[in-house]
Design a protein around this ligand. Structure first.
Ligand code: S3P
Length: 454
């Protein structure tokens, strides 16, 4: 059988210089929150009703895996799901290997969620996921007594995980700037006896903490004066199903947002975007670059801050993005590199080591894409420096004309299609199929604003 993501099924696409982008773009649900809603729903007692769920490859992979553990997940309408959980500690061993496709978040969080139940599961995925290090998750989980068999030093998939019975609470210091690692530990702590304390030096996205509270977990977050924080969770926990409303994903909104900034004459509205401060690093950076982004109607929805963005074409200038901001915009560096290509002056993006272990080595993939399209740049250690070529009207702008290798990475595909909307010659990406892992509506939505793909 041909794997759905095999090279024979690759679908190349070019984006070309487009007229002003105008209109309203309804961006689909946040991927991080959608994944967590299904996983916590599957662990909880009773029913969880999710609205605004992201209907994408990654989320569907997680839903399939959760069914394997014995939870019931039903799609009632697009974006509206009903999850009936088993209760914490009640998952059973799945009969089949779990194929997580492209989803790092789904697979890593589920490893944590099963780690303190004495069951066994086999985790696998597509070529991208099979090349990503699982050591960063399973090694910290060893404090709870898990055992595992993976491939090589990085503990690659296929990976067999044996959860532990009778796990005790633990004290863990997480020194990886990863919300996935933190979340896996928190989910494992649910079925460990006593108070687990997780210290993290870098403030990564906190959707797990917020949602665990909403499901009734005994969880407390204490900021540390020296930076970072400690999260205390007491188990064994009882989670109770609840209603979750998923806001629009800022990491997906980033693509129409930057498209509007670089295509002359554009005005685009992006309603209901998640504005959790641990996710807004890109907006902060673009505002420093001189972007005209208005945030209107700030409000709260389902325990998260949201707002409507109104974006006008802008002349951007290069800035330095400190390493301390990277966790709050970790998925946005490919699209920021594209925005920086159209800026006046250099943009210095510091502290990007985590980019090397994403769906692709994003530092290398971004650099190769910039090179293919005539944008001067350099990598110094873990920093990326892009020499902006300015808008069209100044020095001739971004040449384009290249073909970009996407390495099964949805964000590399969308970032470089964005570049093509404003470069001199079209930009081609070698495969758009992976866009469906996070933003299946991307092409239709962009075309409705006036984007030209061919
Ligand atoms: C995510 C965390 C980030 C991010 C990913 C989603 C999450 O990964 O890149 O797209 O939902 O927790 P890391 O935790 O590895 O930084």
């Amino acid at each position: 059988m041909t794997h759905p993501h095999s090279p024979e099924n690759a679908r190349p696409l070019a984006a070309r210089k487009s007229p002003a982008l105008t209109g309203q773009a309804q961006v689909p649900g946040d991927k991080s929150i959608s994944q967590r809603a299904l996983i916590l729903g599957a662990l909880a007692e009773g029913q969880t009703r999710v609205t605004g769920l992201l209907e994408s490859g990654d989320v569907h992979s997680t839903a399939g895996a959760l069914r394997g553990f014995g939870a019931t997940l039903t799609q009632e309408a697009p974006g509206r799901w009903l999850v009936t959980g088993t209760g914490v500690g009640q998952w059973k061993s799945p009969a089949q290997p779990l194929d997580f496709g492209n989803s790092g978040t789904g697979s890593r969080l589920v490893m944590g969620a099963m780690a303190t139940t004495p069951i066994t599961a086999v985790f696998t995925g597509d070529a991208s996921l099979r090349s990503r290090p699982m050591a960063r998750v399973v090694q910290p989980l060893e404090v709870f007594g898990i055992r595992y068999e993976g491939q090589g030093e990085k503990v690659l998939m296929p990976l067999t995980l044996h959860g532990a019975g009778g796990a005790q609470a633990a004290q863990v210091h997480v020194n990886t700037a990863s919300a996935q690692v933190k979340s896996a530990l928190l989910l494992a702590a649910l079925n460990a006896t006593g108070t687990t304390r997780i210290r993290q030096d870098v403030l990564t996205r906190d959707h797990s903490e917020k949602m665990l509270k909403a499901f009734g977990a005994d969880i407390e977050v204490t900021p540390l004066s020296e930076g970072g924080e400690v999260i205390a969770l007491t188990g064994p926990a009882r989670l109770t199903g609840c209603a979750i409303e998923v806001p629009s994903d800022p990491s997906s909104a980033a693509f129409p947002l930057v498209s509007a900034l670089i295509v002359p004459g554009s005005r685009v509205e992006l309603p209901g975007i998640l504005l959790n401060p641990r996710r807004t690093g890109l907006i902060e950076t673009l505002l420093e670059m001189g972007a005209d982004i208005a945030i209107e109607n700030r409000r709260s929805s389902g325990g998260e801050e949201i707002g409507d963005l109104v974006v006008h074409h802008s002349t951007l200038k290069g800035v330095t993005v400190p390493a301390s901001r990277s966790a709050s915009m970790i998925d946005e560096y490919p699209i920021l590199a594209v925005a920086a290509s159209f800026a006046v002056g250099e943009t210095h993006m510091l502290g990007l080591e985590e980019l090397r272990v994403k769906e692709s080595d994003r530092l290398a993939a971004v650099a190769a894409g910039l090179a293919a399209n005539g944008v001067p740049h350099r990598i110094e250690g873990d920093d990326l420096i892009v020499q902006g070529l300015g808008p069209d009207s100044s020095s001739g702008g971004v040449p384009g004309g290249g073909t970009v290798t996407t390495h099964l990475d949805h964000r590399i595909a969308m970032a470089f299609l964005t570049m093509g909307l404003a470069s001199q010659a079209p930009v081609t990406v070698d495969d758009v199929t992976m866009i469906a892992t996070s933003f299946p509506e991307y092409m239709d939505l962009m075309k409705s604003l006036g984007a030209v793909f061919a």
